[in-house]
Design a protein around this ligand. Structure first.
Ligand code: TGC
Ligand code: FAD
Length: 402
């Protein structure tokens, strides 16, 4: 059924107005606020009314891709000459925050496209590759995905076994990637694979190349409105001009992850704000023992702690955005924010679920969906513990991964 059908429309109006206890808005420019408000309006119109239905049916609304392109959600940080938004990292963060306020799976679609597909093509691609792919990715004419994780190499991507051989006039690609966001619908995949010398390179693999398939992963209880799948390469002939020439080694995909993890740090605040907003409204409306439950100290404690954590996360993330704009943010700076903010959002989702009582487990409220989504967000783009180890490495100078 067409997604605009009223039959699937949520009856609840999206009343979200933002959370800004410490007047963090004073740190934003008028342009930042304008961008945020246009994406917030977009989410209220194009995502909120349908998202519960999509998630319940595990349906990826493919038509959202073009709409994201039209609203400027793909590659806002990529220069305008390649179709991107030419915006700064705070604008990028605000866009991720607003989209994830709607749903983490929707934010996944946008952040994979902008940070994990457009960014590597922009940063490491040839001029021909940039001209060929970036404008179409920015407009949503094309959807991309990013293949790093393999069945046997998740936290440890340097062990990957996907490989390519130089056959003279083309490369021959073999192997498989797993847990790839957007893969079942993607037109292109930025794939990380080892050459015969064991050096990691990025290759652009296009749908339709012989031997390339993208089976969908079914049965997820998380990110149900996002399409996730595998990338399977069975003797795929990849033209030589599809290799990203600008950088090789694990550092190349790690630079992409820096950008995407930064976006997730903002996105998680969006999910947390939505849970807090819903919990606050419910606490004031729900009567037990002849009073709104919001009049009980235990409920007030939960709400006060949520607001405190959201405010701390907003300040961390804004300052990180400034450091990103100045080129001063390191991987460890980004790890601190991604790790803190996602754990914070997950905790808020769990507390908000309790405030909603039994209603909290239903699709009438966004809580359980956010909570289940955040169980992926806390694992992808580096698990909670891997980010702790990145910080531990930065503090002590001693890597504790192996
Ligand atoms: P390590 O020895 O630390 O580094 C290997 C080489 O890479 C270089 N490097 C970086 N270069 C630039 N920027 C960075 N951020 C870099 N990080 C590392 C490093 O200098 C070194 O270079 P060289 O020349 O000396 O060789 O690597 P390691 O193998 O010990 O691994 C470190 C570890 C565990 C931290 C890292 O591999 C890691 O972060 N693992 C987590 C994997 C991960 O995050 N996967 C994400 C997959 S994509 C995804 O989840 C998308 S979900 C999207 C969505 O839907 O939103
Ligand atoms: P593992 O690496 O097997 O980790 C299992 C557990 O062991 C974790 O708790 C981890 O913290 C712990 N652990 C591992 N190593 C250590 C260590 N050295 N010390 C202490 N503890 C350790 N990948 C992509 O490439 N592209 C995508 O688009 C993408 N999208 C995703 C979408 C979803 C919905 C999900 C769930 C995942 C996605 N991923 C994607 C993969 C994601 O990045 C990996 O799941 C993640 O990096 C963890 O890898 P793993 O699942 O293999 O867990």
């Amino acid at each position: 059924m067409e997604h605009t059908s009223n039959a699937h429309k949520s009856l609840k109006k999206d009343l979200f107005e933002g959370v800004d206890f410490y007047q963090v808005d004073d740190l934003l420019t008028e342009e930042h606020k304008l961008i945020r408000s246009s994406i917030r309006d977009f989410v209220k119109k194009e995502i909120s009314p349908y998202i519960e239905d999509w998630a319940q049916r595990a349906h990826f609304p493919y038509e959202i891709v073009k709409k994201f392109g039209d609203v400027g959600a793909f590659g806002p940080q990529i220069p305008a000459e390649y179709g991107g938004g030419g915006m700064d990292y705070i604008a990028y963060g605000l866009i991720m925050q607003e989209i994830e306020r709607g749903d983490s799976g929707m934010r996944s679609t946008a952040s994979v496209q902008g940070s994990l597909v457009m960014y590597p093509i922009y940063k490491f691609g040839s001029e021909e590759q940039k001209k060929k792919y970036l404008p179409k990715l920015a407009s949503g004419e094309m959807l991309g995905c990013f293949g790093l994780t393999e069945p046997d190499f998740g936290s440890n991507p340097s062990g990957m076994v996907t490989n390519f051989k130089d056959m003279g006039d083309h490369y021959l690609l073999n192997g498989a990637k797993m847990w790839i966001s957007n893969s079942p619908k993607a037109d292109i995949a930025v794939v990380w694979a080892k050459n015969e010398a064991g050096r990691i390179h990025g290759l652009i693999v296009e749908r339709g190349m012989e031997g390339f398939s993208t089976p969908e992963t079914h049965g997820k209880w998380s990110l149900r409105a996002s399409a996730t799948g595998e990338l399977v390469f069975d003797n795929v002939k990849v033209p030589k001009e599809n290799l990203l020439p600008g950088k090789s080694g694990l550092g190349a995909p790690m630079m992409c992850l820096d950008s995407a993890r930064y976006g997730i740090a903002w996105g998680a605040i969006g999910a947390a704000m939505d849970c807090y907003d819903s919990a606050k409204r419910y606490a004031l409306e729900r009567i037990q023992f002849d009073k709104p439950i919001g009049s009980f100290q235990l409920i007030q404690k939960k709400l006060a702690e949520m607001l405190t954590e959201i405010t701390k996360a907003q300040l961390i993330t804004w300052k990180l955005g400034v450091m990103m704009n100045e080129g001063k943010a390191t991987t460890a700076h980004i790890s601190l924010a991604k790790r803190n903010n996602v754990a914070m959002a997950l905790e808020i989702a769990r507390e908000a679920r309790q405030i909603h009582g039994g209603m909290g487990i239903t699709g009438e409220y966004p809580i359980m969906r956010h909570m289940m989504n955040l169980e992926s967000v806390v694992t992808y783009e580096g698990t909670h513990d891997i980010h702790l180890l990145i910080l531990g490495h930065d503090i002590t100078g001693i890597p504790a991964f192996k």
